[in-house]
Design a protein around this ligand. Structure first.
Ligand code: CMC
Length: 428
């Protein structure tokens, strides 16, 4: 395999090293391109061909539909591991032993509260505020209560900061939902598992004992694992780039939450459900929506379809589709939009437009149907995605800081006006 790549510009040849990933991925290392060529850069809007870093966290092969965290197949993790184990794996690189997992959980629990003044900030939001905006703001506000930045050279300080955010973030998530549903704010219960506790914080009514439903706990655990990392996607790249300026962990995460909010990214899970609902209200026929999705003059896209990297199937979508059937069956929920979703998927997979462009259902296509069956309001769906993605963001931020990556600062090709003389106001 070649170890160099040659580039010819204006008759001049330049050699660049080729980097080999552990899964035989090849990348041309252009770190010395600009300096060596007297100013030439590459341009790649949307970074479709650009690697921003070397990373040992997540591997995905979009052609083969493979996703692995730290070498472990997503299918195995979703079936055999718990969310907190997966969080530990992503962040620290290995599956924890029983004692490490116990310690990790109890360290997280020791931080599972927020300053009472956070309630005042939450109070300031109108009830109609979108939960993603609220979550991003509250995560950023944590900085005010934890002003000193993490000493990334201290393993202990790093570990404590990680336990702190893993403890506090579920409280913010639950409060964001309770704000929306008008429920009094509540703290969790240290005797419960991490995911059970999150559900209790979200759903406990002030006048009732809370009873845990194992079907819902297991379903949420699986969904969180499936969302936990996805290498250099939009929100993760945001976390890394904001963190690369040495902005703090909470500020970097808050930026990641804002990036996730968009409907082309994590916001798609809400958009899918709204689309399926609109189809149902329209009589259930999918033809009109398929035609709109294919019409280049119409901005409408089939939400939950397509992926930048997966050009075969999204392995997470496969698992979630099976889980949707199981969870709705076990909970005894009959939701007509599950059938609409399945019909739409079949139709799209057989349609030349979608076949030619290799558009398959992605992680967001079926997840909202499960969230809805759990009783989670539609505007909270992307918040649930953020909850799952938190360990991935932390792992990527930690890796970026430990590798001492430089500040992220892309170049551009300027296409504006050349130098021109200033005209005074009365001359324009
Ligand atoms: N419906 C209709 N056409 C589509 C769709 C879609 N969902 N997705 C892509 N296309 C078409 C697109 O119009 C383009 O057609 P043409 O080649 O004729 O111009 C072609 O497929 C390639 O699309 P692209 O926009 O260049 O691809 P991309 O890699 O830049 O975008 C995407 C990927 C996920 C943003 C896009 O597929 C999309 O908008 N999907 C719908 C939103 C969605 O479900 N997002 C969740 C993504 S997975 C979870 C996550 O990332 O958070």
């Amino acid at each position: 395999m070649s170890n160099t790549a040659t580039l010819e510009i204006n008759g001049e040849k330049y050699e660049f090293p080729v980097i080999h990933g552990t899964e035989n991925e090849l990348a041309i290392d252009i770190k010395r391109l600009r300096g060596g060529t007297g100013g030439v850069i590459t341009i790649d809007p949307g970074y479709k061909n650009t690697g921003s870093c070397e990373s040992a966290i997540t591997f995905l092969d979009g052609e083969k539909g493979i996703l692995r965290y730290r070498g472990y197949a997503i299918e195995d993790l979703a079936e055999k591991a718990g969310f907190l184990e997966v969080a530990y794996l992503l962040i620290f690189g290995e599956l924890p032993h029983a004692e490490q997992l116990d310690k990790f959980h109890s360290d997280i629990k020791s931080h599972a509260y927020v300053d009472e003044e956070v309630k005042k900030i939450l109070d300031g939001f109108p009830k109609a505020a979108h939960p993603m905006g609220v979550l991003s703001s509250l995560t950023s506000a944590l900085t005010a209560f934890n002003p000193s930045s993490v000493n990334v050279d201290s393993e202990e300080a790093m570990y404590n900061a990680i336990a702190k955010i893993l403890g506090k973030f579920p409280v913010l998530v639950a409060w964001t939902m309770r704000k929306k549903t008008g429920m009094p704010l509540d703290y969790g219960d240290d005797n419960l598992g991490y995911v059970e506790n999150i559900l209790k914080m979200m759903f406990k009514r002030p006048n009732q004992e809370y009873t845990q439903n194992d079907i819902i706990v297991n379903a949420l655990d699986k969904l969180l694992i499936l969302h936990a990392d996805h290498e250099q996607n939009c929100s993760t790249s945001t976390v890394r780039i904001v963190g690369s300026s040495h902005a703090g962990l909470f500020a970097s995460l808050s930026a990641g939450i804002s990036a996730l909010w968009g409907p082309l990214h994590g916001g798609a899970n809400q958009a899918v459900l709204e689309m399926l609902e609109a189809i149902r209200e329209d009589g259930g026929g999918t033809k009109k929506y398929m035609a709109k999705a294919k019409d280049k003059g119409d901005p409408f896209r089939l939400m939950g379809f397509g992926h930048r990297v997966y050009k075969n199937f999204d392995p997470r979508a496969k698992i979630i589709k099976v889980a949707a059937d199981e969870v709705l069956g076990e909970l005894g929920v009959e939701d007509p939009i599950l059938d609409i979703a399945k019909g739409l998927e079949q139709e799209a997979l057989a349609d030349q437009y979608f076949v030619d462009r290799k558009l398959y259902p992605n992680v967001d296509f079926y997840s909202g149907i499960i969230y809805r069956a759990m009783g989670i309001p539609v505007e909270m769906f992307t918040v649930m995605f953020a909850l799952g993605r938190l360990p991935g963001w932390i792992a990527q931020w930690r890796e970026m800081r430990l590798r001492k990556e430089p500040i992220g600062r892309p170049r551009q090709v300027y296409i504006g006006e050349n130098h021109r003389a200033f005209k005074n106001l009365n001359e324009r």
